[in-house]
Design a protein around this ligand. Structure first.
Ligand code: ZN
Length: 238
């Protein structure tokens, strides 16, 4: 079975549509979304609707949580806070209700999904080093945990960090924490959207990187009066 795992869409419809079109052209059985469907970008309603239509499971991210008024946004920077208020005003009641219903985690026999960290999925801690990842590995029983949140694609095992496009996951003897990267706001210096495809039989993990019409998203951010910084960073992927 082939699954696609997406995260951190951030209301970027052009990036999400490019990813979904690519997925439709591959033999993929299910799509999972790790949260932050909204926040930062100009198309929150459309992105929520695409996720509802296409994903088997979607999780709560910190920006979704903030958009529906459930999170303390004191720790958000000015740009993020401005986008939270704009997103709240823009979301339909139906999409708000959907976002409110999202769970913090989801598991199957071979993997756990969370937005932030397996130890405490609703506290929004970041896993930014192999050392932290090693501690977090005690908090799930499956061989694999897929995360988002930092927008930086990387695979952690107990003894190393791996940044390659194709990785064989030895799930018989190892555990892995896999950050799937971000669809709508990549931050690893590469403006292409990012997500993973995992083949549960061959155990191959593939990072997919694609260009999308970023200038369209850029113009929509400006037109809607969202902070210019949020448009500029899409061009650089930072
Ligand atoms: Zn995010």
């Amino acid at each position: 079975m082939k699954i696609a795992i997406l995260s951190d869409i951030h209301s970027n419809l052009e990036a999400l549509d490019a990813a979904l079109e690519y997925i439709r052209g591959r033999n993929i059985d299910s799509i999972y979304c790790l949260g932050d469907i909204v926040g930062y970008g100009p198309n929150p309603n459309e992105c929520v609707e695409r996720i509802r239509e296409n994903c088997k499971v979607a999780l709560m991210g910190n920006h979704d949580y903030a958009a529906v008024g459930m999170a303390d946004i004191e720790y958000f920077n000015d740009y993020a806070r401005a986008s939270v208020f704009w997103t709240r005003d823009t979301l339909s009641q139906e999409n708000m209700t959907y976002l409110e219903s999202l769970p913090f985690s989801y598991e199957e026999e071979t993997f756990l999904l969370v937005h932030s960290s397996p130890s405490n999925p609703s506290r929004w801690h970041y896993i930014l080093s192999r050392e932290i990842a090693e501690i977090e590995m005690d908090y799930f029983k499956q061989p694999l945990c897929f995360i988002g949140h930092s927008h930086v694609p990387v695979v952690y095992s107990a003894d190393k960090s791996i940044s390659e496009h194709h990785i064989y996951l030895d799930t018989d003897s190892k555990k892995y924490i896999i950050n799937v990267g971000s669809i709508g706001q990549p931050r690893d210096g590469e403006p292409k959207l990012c997500f993973v495809v995992y083949d549960t039989e061959s155990r191959e993990l593939e990072y997919v990187r694609l260009y999308y019409p970023v200038n369209t998203t850029y113009e929509k951010i400006i037109k809607n009066g969202l902070p210019v910084f949020l448009a500029e960073r899409l061009l650089k992927g930072n």
